[in-house]
Design a protein around this ligand. Structure first.
Ligand code: FAD
Length: 377
């Protein structure tokens, strides 16, 4: 497929680009070229088998599929079956393991008590009142006003410092809006009706989504290398960074990124769970992933070794933008870029990099399905 006469060009083969390409091919029966600057499809959701252990893992960090949305669930099930994996997170603090997010089990173990759910509020109130915070002015004060200082110091402070490399005292209290805190024993990380891990991994989903005669995929091809020779009439669906599309004319949007360190350990099971957080600031990494636990149904994994991946959080240098930084500077920039994007013809700029928003996979898929509906109107 050449560029001449090309009707649809999709930039990026993550969930946003792949859903759009699949819809164009199957619903509009039109040809579509997908270009991807990496050497694989699937964007940040890509997964593959580890060469040394055979254990399937997610190249850009553990990805748990979950959704409350029946349309998304029906759609994704066309490309894969899911195992019954149910996500739970644990955290290590001073050598002891607790449940996360903070729940009744965490509180009872931490304080060595056996509170009932209806006793939690009064119990924590005593701790909270010691601090006498009337109007929380920052992240730290907000957290303390929700759970008291001891729980905050144990489970939130160190982890947040490592994750953002900022003292929670210098972070806005608004960041904490979403901190989940439970006064029952619910240990499920997500409340979504459906969740699981694709039986054969995410990589296979993308192979299937893009496997139509109408779709051609070109890897290792950067949009900016061919931008000048794309015909004017080609409709572009762009899921790369929005600031790059406009040559950073207002400045660069900032992201946090992650660095992963892979290790093989000589045990069948290293930590007994897929994700273990490390709450203490003395431990340099934020989490350890052990991907074998994402596939409890697999009976062919080795019994003499296991793969673990340590995760470190840092500021992105432009190579792997992960988490948008929602501070005032970046919010001002993104508004300017969005305004520019509104004036463009024949191009849709979206996906997590195009919108500069953190989207879960199901949000990304839903967004792409809705965008496709609008494309037809
Ligand atoms: C560490 C981490 C963990 C996550 N965990 C979960 C989870 O557990 N559950 C969940 O639901 N969601 C999770 N997510 C979110 C999930 O990764 C996103 O929802 C999803 O990747 C968004 O898809 P996308 O297509 O918008 O972006 P991406 O997956 O980033 O795809 C964009 C693609 O565009 C390509 N591209 C960019 N610029 C160009 C260019 N100039 N030319 C050609 N190609 C280009 C990129 O290489 C990339 O492949 C996680 C995200 C991160 C960062």
């Amino acid at each position: 497929m050449g560029l001449s006469g090309l009707k649809y060009l999709v930039v990026g083969s993550g969930f946003f680009g792949s859903v759009m390409a699949e819809r164009i091919a199957t619903q509009l029966k039109e040809k579509v070229l997908v270009i991807e600057k990496r050497n694989h499809i699937g964007g940040n959701c890509y997964s593959l088998d580890d060469a040394e252990t055979g254990i399937h893992y997610h190249l850009y960090g553990t990805h748990i599929f979950h959704t409350p949305n029946p349309r998304v669930w029906e759609y994704i099930n066309r490309f894969t079956e899911f195992n019954g994996y149910f996500h739970q997170v644990l955290t290590t603090h001073k050598g002891r393991v607790f449940q996360m997010p903070v729940n009744l089990e965490t509180i009872n173990t931490f304080y060595n008590v056996s509170l009932k759910p209806f006793e939690v509020e009064a119990f924590l109130k005593k701790e909270i009142e010691k601090e006498n915070i009337k109007e929380p002015r920052n992240f730290e004060e907000k957290a303390i006003s929700m759970m008291g200082r001891p729980l905050y110091e144990a489970f939130i402070r160190g982890y947040t410092l490592k994750q953002w490399q900022k003292d929670p005292k210098d972070m806005p209290e608004s960041v904490l809006k979403r901190l989940p805190f439970r006064s029952n024993y619910n240990e499920s990380y997500y409340f979504s009706r459906w969740q699981g891990i694709p039986l054969h991994g995410y990589g296979k989903i993308f192979e299937k989504m893009l496997d139509y005669d109408e779709i051609e995929v070109k890897l290792n091809l950067d949009f900016f290398k061919i931008r000048d020779i794309i015909p004017k009439e080609t409709k572009i669906i762009y899921s790369g960074p929005i600031d790059q599309y406009f040559d950073y004319k207002y400045g660069k949007l900032e992201y946090r990124t992650l660095r992963f360190e892979r290790e093989v350990q000589p045990y069948e099971d290293y930590q007994g769970t897929s994700v273990m957080n490390y709450a203490d600031v003395e431990v340099p990494f934020t989490r350890i992933h052990e991907p074998r636990h994402l596939h409890p149904e697999r009976t062919d994994y080795p019994t003499d070794k296991t793969l673990i991946i340590k995760e470190f959080s840092l500021l992105d240098d432009g190579s792997n933008p992960y988490y948008p930084i929602n501070d005032e500077r970046n919010q001002n920039l993104i508004l300017k870029y969005r305004e520019e994007a509104r004036n463009l013809k024949n191009i849709v700029i979206s996906g997590r990099l195009g919108e500069y928003k953190y989207y879960d996979m199901h949000d990304t898929i839903n967004h792409a399905l809705e965008m496709f509906d609008n494309l037809q109107k």
